[in-house]
Design a binder for this molecule. Structure first.
Ligand code: ADP
Length: 483
């Protein structure tokens, strides 16, 4: 892997704690999912080391919070510039450890970096408030202050961006940050540490603690009184565990959890645009994102036509090593992910669905899987309630607007939703009726640093991105003065 990088020092296998690169207590292997070979042995940080990192972050935060917004903005901007200057190397590292096609990895680096850029600008705009006093002698001021030390636990599907969209607002707000990356993809995180160091982010303000033992680190983050903010992206299952654990220290939580996104195509939709949107939204990252369409509802009048067009377009796309030109579908992250896709296909066909494309592993072997489309999907099938997180597009047929809204909302999740339609009154009505934090109308791509990303119901708490995103890292203090 080093030989593929123009700057091999970006491949860092040690933890980044208190401004120093340090060994853990042992190492763990990181493998390339396209080939199955071990690409690095990364520092396995112990719980005691994490406690030490939190103490160092605490000390550093006190100073960092004193910096002016403009001063913090200037080093964050440098960090952003370095990410973009090293975009290619960061993308290669990401593809090597995670498997997504290099073009998508480049896109993720730009997307990830955009959060650092956006929040570097926001660092100067953390406005408080003055409120007219309730008595003649009273003056009321509201300050916004950094919450303190923030800790993150992030997944493998966006090894860069899931960290930057938390660290960006945290650092801009004046918090210090301790990141525990997914054990499958720690190298993208340690590379961020290398660049943070070069950008001049003060020692201890940004820390990366790779560990193969997620639950121990999660406990430390929750039980350590110094951590005042826990920010998590991952499954609803693990989110619930962390919230329970965080209850004892009343630690403020942000949770970006699972989704089960509906993608609705109405009779009046532009079908070609809907096919294109469905492909982007369903198959990006091989279906391994929490905003990927999981249930595609197509109105009866256009169902067959939509299925045929989708099949034709997807059939042309290449499955292969993400490092190879033209690859659209890399490998799935691991064998467990393959089993889940297979289980969902078997469950659906047993209940009457028909596979019209794919349906089986790719002949490339490993964890490569053919993009799959099934028709005749019903709400009794597993994917109606459970996120597949893989390249499986189930097509449900519906008759009326009311029916599809009811079906789309019939889930404990509420992250992203999408629909294609032209009738303006329908567009308003459906957008308002969908119980989701995000609604894409006539688009399959909704992620941007300038908008508030997040879910309702059991998809999470809090928002990431936009000027709202920084609020999760700020506390309000109200000063009441008698004059
Ligand atoms: P995914 O299916 O995306 O891996 P998970 O919720 O299982 O979703 O994992 C998301 C992150 O949470 C990963 O970094 C994982 O290591 C971590 N994790 C898993 N279990 C726990 C736990 N009990 N406590 C803290 N972190 C955990």
């Amino acid at each position: 892997l080093k030989t593929l990088l123009s700057d091999p020092t970006l491949l860092e296998t040690r933890a980044y704690i208190g401004g120093a690169f340090v060994d853990g207590e042992g190492t763990f292997d990181v493998t390339n999912p396209a080939r199955g070979d071990v690409i690095a042995q990364v520092a396995d940080v112990s719980r005691a080391q994490v406690a030490g990192a939190i103490a160092q972050a605490d000390a550093a935060q006190k100073e960092w919070a004193k910096w002016t917004g403009k001063e913090r903005a200037s080093v964050l901007r440098k960090w952003y510039d370095l990410m973009m200057a090293n975009q290619e190397d960061l993308a290669v590292i990401l593809t090597a450890e995670m498997g997504k096609p290099l073009a998508e990895a480049r896109g993720e680096i730009a997307y990830g970096a955009s959060f650092i850029e956006f929040f570097s600008e926001e660092a100067k705009r953390i406005y408080g408030e003055t409120i007219p006093g309730h008595q003649r002698d009273k003056r009321i001021t509201v300050l916004k202050q950094p919450i303190g030390v923030a800790a993150s636990i992030t997944p493998w599907n966006f090894p860069n961006a899931m960290i930057t969209r938390k660290a960006g607002p945290a650092l801009a707000a004046g918090c210090a940050f301790v990141a525990r990356p997914a054990e499958l993809t720690p190298l993208s995180a340690t590379a961020l540490g290398v660049l943070a160091d070069r950008a001049g982010i003060p020692a201890g303000v940004f820390n990366v603690v790779p560990s193969s033992n997620a639950s121990e680190i999660g406990k430390e983050f929750c039980e350590n009184n110094t951590v005042r903010k826990l920010t998590f992206t991952g499954s609803t299952e693990v989110g619930r565990i962390l919230m329970r654990q965080a209850a004892d220290t009343v630690t403020k939580c942000s949770m970006e959890l699972g989704g089960n996104a509906p993608f609705i195509v109405f009779d009046d939709a532009d079908l070609d645009a809907a096919v294109e949107g469905a492909i982007m939204c369903k198959f990006r990252n091989n279906g391994q994102t929490c905003v990927c369409a999981n249930r595609i509802y197509v109105q009866a009048g256009v169902y067959d036509q939509f299925a045929a067009k989708l099949k034709e377009a997807v059939a042309k796309m290449k499955v292969g090593d993400g490092m190879e030109d033209g690859t659209v579908f890399g490998p799935l992250i691991n064998a467990k992910a393959v089993t889940k896709v297979q289980d969902h296909i078997a469950d659906a066909t047993a209940k009457g669905a028909e596979v019209i494309l794919g349906g089986t592993p790719s002949n490339l072997g490993g964890t490569f899987f053919q993009p799959t489309i099934v028709t005749g999907a019903t709400r009794k099938m597993a994917f109606a309630t459970d996120e597949t997180f893989g390249p499986l597009a189930p097509l449900f047929k519906f008759e009326s607007e009311d029916d599809v809204i009811e079906m789309a909302n019939d889930t404990i999740f509420g992250l992203a939703s999408y629909f294609y339609a032209k009738d303006l009154s329908r567009v308003y009505k459906v957008a308002e009726a969908l119980e989701y934090g995000i609604v894409g109308v006539n688009t399959g791509l909704i992620s941007t640093e300038v908008a508030p990303f997040g879910g309702v119901k059991q998809s999470g708490l809090g928002r990431e991105g936009s000027h709202h995103g920084i609020e999760d890292y700020l506390e309000m203090k109200y000063i009441c003065m008698s004059v």
